[in-house]
Write a new protein. Structure first.
Length: 289
């Protein structure tokens, strides 16, 4: 074989190798890239970076100014398992954002501007194990079934948000949950929240920073630790009557009074009819005699 014949496949292999290498070193501007990892921490990014390698498994966007995560661009990263978006400006438009990254295991959205979590926010993340949405001061609502599909969720942190209430079934129905952060929230410890506090005392879930899981309202229970306030809430909820309770009792009393009046009226009518019928019978007997 001629020397030129040997050089041709070698040149072809070299070009292919260069192509693969260039694909691997393709990296967003200002970010550092290693094998399967892209790190864009603290780059003052205003938008989601472009030119991210499609085989990326770990993407770190922490400490930037990103306010929107494009669902289409994210869906190209189908193998993504780790996404760190803490300390950004993400708002409440995250529904269906993660529909294309079903393999995601770790998601950090702490220190953002989230306002609510709905069923559509994380419902497609069937493999999610760790979810951090703490330090979102405007987060005031988490829907009852928000995590219904996240059955592998083991670590959930909602500390330091604007939450005042969390439905018991939201976390009670998570079979893998072992770690739940609840500290420094504005919990409203009323009778509606009693079931959740009871669940806290009976569950096997670990609550970090438990000393700061306290009631914020009402005033009489402020700063009291939530598990410790359970007995007092039980007493208050059994003895205290609210305005709606008085209305209910008045309606019940009125219904009982009305029913009694109607029963007495019917009994009177029956007695009169019986008396008239008896009197007529006696008169007829006298006439026959």
């Amino acid at each position: 074989m001629s020397p030129s014949g040997r050089r041709q496949p070698l040149s072809l292999m070299f070009l292919l190798g260069m192509g693969i290498a260039s694909q691997r070193i393709n990296c967003p501007s200002g970010c550092s890239c290693q094998y399967l990892e892209v790190n864009c921490t603290g780059q003052q990014l205003q938008e989601f970076p472009t030119a991210i390698p499609l085989d990326t498994r770990q993407l770190i966007l922490a400490a930037n100014n990103v306010s929107y995560l494009p669902a289409v661009e994210l869906s190209f990263l189908a193998d993504l398992v780790y996404l760190d978006c803490r300390k950004n400006l993400l708002g409440d438009d995250l529904d269906f954002t993660f529909i294309g990254v079903a393999k995601l295991v770790y998601l950090d959205l702490s220190f953002n501007n989230l306002t609510q979590v709905t069923f559509s926010t994380f419902s497609h993340l069937l493999s999610l194990v760790v979810l951090k949405i703490s330090d979102n001061p405007n987060l005031v609502a988490i829907e009852k079934d928000a995590f219904a599909n996240n059955t592998w969720l083991r670590h959930l942190d909602v500390s330091r948000t604007g939450l005042t209430f969390l439905d018991t079934s939201t976390v009670q129905d998570l079979p893998s949950l072992r770690f739940l952060g609840l500290s420094d929230n504005l919990w409203h410890c009323n009778c509606s929240f009693l079931d959740f506090i009871t669940w806290m005392t009976e569950s096997n879930v670990h609550f970090p920073d438990a000393d700061n899981i306290t009631c914020y309202t009402p005033e009489g229970l402020r700063a009291l630790k939530m598990p410790a306030v359970e007995a007092q809430l039980h007493f208050n909820c059994l003895t205290q009557l609210y305005k709606r309770d008085y209305i209910f009792l008045c309606l019940i009393g009125f219904c009982i009074f009305l029913a009694g009046t109607m029963a007495a009226w019917l009994a009177g009518i029956c007695a009169v009819i019986y008396e008239v019928h008896t009197s007529k019978g006696e008169e007829e007997e006298e006439e026959e005699e």
